[in-house]
Ligand binder design. Structure first.
Ligand code: XMP
Length: 624
């Protein structure tokens, strides 16, 4: 590509969003620090200065080379970026009396090419405490909120600044403004398509690997399949070794399907490793911390640590058997941007708080990555982009549209504990009971516990009590009302992050629940595999992004130790999600069939069947 845009990062939380939006408009981008070398910056056709948390007048403001403004490149400054431009060219930026935050209506000068084709009044997202007080020489004010400057433009130098964030959805015509900047003001003509990204990725693989060898871990999902396909395209067949580890926590028949598909991909060197016993029954010391075996572990993050570590351990052993090690060979994996954001990976987001540790971002992988030995072909892509790439690479639709499956597999869907979590104080339980009774007009009852699950609230991880609702089973359910109450419960009661509705039965008394505990073992994994296959077969459809079953220890019937939950979500990026609505996103018959088939297949072990009605936030898609 000859045309490319540098996004100079001033520390803003939306820098990556600017990157994604500009790429969606078909323009190649790189994110560089604001203080990047001038020589490097000169290679770009245009610059975008991002937002940032500092004040341009403060001591700690990020440093930059003032010559970036003299090299004649068109520049768009966003929020802090605009203030920097104004200050640099002799204007003044000062703290504003009233901070602007949230969606705001601005008036724009539609003769400015940034606003070409737009109405004079625009809704945009503002998020700033400083404002332009004196306009820089040569600049014209081309947008205002009341008397606050919202946009500035210098037509001679082709430099434009906006106080708001055109990159986010709350700026309704933000994408059009970015397009006007790129295609109008900068005059960029080239279109950087997904095909080009494939070529960029192939080039990167060739440059990094050279004549070396790569071990690709193939889980069976679309992400690692795309990585494997890119490696096959970039390298000679004898350079690529694929390893599929069956940790005993795969879905029904999954390993067979994956291996058959991998042969079709053209992978000639592939190993399938059955490692259930090692995964379930190895006690570990990781960085001086002792971990009991997976089958004796109940803490969600410890389970993830163990599974992540075991993946690496088993892979290492498998590599040795084919005379490879990671001192010389590379490890390739299909990590996506959201995985790293949610793992709190500092390379992706200095701001992200860890929600849950993904198996492909555990410490040992981070250490390898620091040594430049991890190849992540999908590093910069979101799920929807990976699916498109999969199709372009000619992968089977069965793989391209495959619903995601977490690396730790069914391990995070087996909710383990030694016994019921301690009850919430009586007054807390009563408060929820009272709320549910009054909101449902007495048609629903609620129970808290006996397990906890993981959620994400206010960008932080939570691990809180499960609450379950009971009404008239499926026939008597008003899912609109149930969803409304499920939305309100976590908002009102901060000790709850997930709500599930009982679809197998009618009302229950709040008493009489037993929890004998549960652990990962062949029996529980087999049971969940069976239920999961029934749930997926009946409920999964094109609207639903992910659908699966969860097993947890809860019983109201003697001799039946477990209950299960059906989880089906709508989402495109998995950073947020809503629970799929029975009767809207899939049929009530599908739900009934699921319940009947579960009862017929494993009714002797399953006490109750629930439908998870919680969005993300406050819950996460997975329960752990
Ligand atoms: P959560 O539960 O965080 O899930 O809302 C978002 C998406 O990520 C998947 N997920 C994982 N994927 N390794 C993965 O490759 C993991 O450790 C992992 N944990 C969750 C989850 O299935 C959903 O699609």
């Amino acid at each position: 590509m000859k045309e490319k845009v540098a996004i100079l990062d001033c520390g803003g939380q939306y820098t990556k969003v600017i990157d994604r939006k500009v790429r969606e408009l078909g323009v190649y981008t790189d994110i560089l620090p604001l203080g990047a070398e001038l020589e490097k910056i000169k290679d770009y056709s245009a610059l975008i200065l991002s937002g940032g948390p500092s004040s341009v007048w403060s001591e700690g403001a990020p440093k930059y080379d003032a010559a970036i403004f003299d090299i004649g490149k068109p520049i768009l400054g966003i929020c802090y970026g605009m203030q920097l431009i104004n200050e640099h060219f002799g204007g003044r930026v000062l703290p504003q009396v009233k901070t602007e935050y949230g969606q705001t209506e601005i008036e724009i000068d539609t003769s400015c090419p940034l606003f070409d084709g737009l109405d004079a009044s625009q809704k945009v997202l503002m998020s700033h405490g400083d404002a332009v007080k004196v306009l820089a020489d040569g600049f014209k004010c081309v947008g205002k909120t009341g008397d606050v400057v919202a946009a500035i433009y210098d037509s001679e130098r082709k430099i434009v600044g906006v106080q708001f964030h055109p990159e986010v959805e709350l700026s309704e015509n933000g994408v059009k403004m970015l397009e006007n900047f790129l295609r109008g003001i900068c005059g960029l003509k080239e279109v950087y398509a997904l095909e080009d990204r494939i070529e960029t990725s192939v080039k990167m693989i060739r440059e990094r690997v050279g004549d070396g060898k790569v071990i690709v871990l193939v889980s069976g999902g679309v992400d690692s399949a795309v990585t494997a396909a890119l490696l096959v395209r970039a390298l000679k067949p004898e350079q690529v070794y694929a390893i599929h580890i069956d940790h005993g926590l795969m879905r029904k028949n999954e390993s067979d399907l994956i291996c058959a598909n991998l042969y079709k991909l053209g992978l000639t060197q592939m190993r399938r490793i059955n490692a259930e016993n090692e995964f379930f029954n190895t006690a570990l010391d990781i960085d001086g911390v002792h971990y009991d075996t997976l089958s004796n572990t109940t803490d969600p993050e410890q389970k993830r640590d163990i599974i992540g570590y075991m993946f690496f351990d088993v892979t290492n052993k498998a590599a040795k058997e084919i005379n490879l090690d990671f001192e010389t060979a590379y490890l390739a994996q299909g990590t996506l941007r959201p995985d790293l954001i949610e793992s709190g990976n500092p390379d992706v987001s200095g701001y992200a708080h860890k929600i849950k540790k993904h198996h492909n971002d555990v410490d040992i992988i981070r250490a390898l990555r620091d040594r430049g030995h991890v190849i992540e072909t999908n590093w910069d892509w979101h799920k929807d982009e990976v699916r498109q790439v999969a199709r372009l690479l000619g992968l089977d639709e069965e793989i391209a549209s495959r619903q995601p499956f977490p690396g730790p597999g069914l391990g995070v869907r087996l909710i383990c504990c030694d016994g019921a979590i301690p009850d919430q104080p009586r007054e807390k339980v009563e408060a929820v009971e009272k709320f549910v009774e009054s909101e449902s007009g007495g048609s629903l009852t609620v129970r808290l516990g006996p397990v906890k699950s993981v959620g994400v609230q206010g960008d932080n991880r939570s691990y809180k009590t499960l609450s379950t609702l009971y009404g008239g089973g499926i026939d008597g359910a008003d899912f609109d009302m149930i969803s409304k109450i499920a939305r309100e419960i976590p908002n009102k009661f901060d000790y709850i992050n997930r709500v599930a509705y009982c679809v197998s039965d009618g009302a229950h008394d709040a008493d009489g629940v037993e929890c004998a505990g549960m652990h990962i073992c062949r029996e529980t994994a087999d049971l969940l595999r069976e239920i999961d296959a029934i749930v997926t077969k009946n409920i999964m459809n094109k609207r639903i992004a992910q659908c699966f079953a969860v097993l947890f220890p809860m019983s109201v019937d003697k001799g039946k130790k477990y209950s299960c939950a059906i989880r089906a979500v709508l989402t495109s990026d998995f950073m947020t999600a809503s629970s799929a609505m029975p009767g809207v996103d899939f049929t009530i018959d599908a739900l009934k069939n699921t319940v009947d088939e579960i009862k017929a297949a494993v009714g002797d072990k399953i006490s109750m069947i629930f439908y998870d009605v919680t969005g993300k936030p406050p819950a996460t898609v997975e329960w752990e």
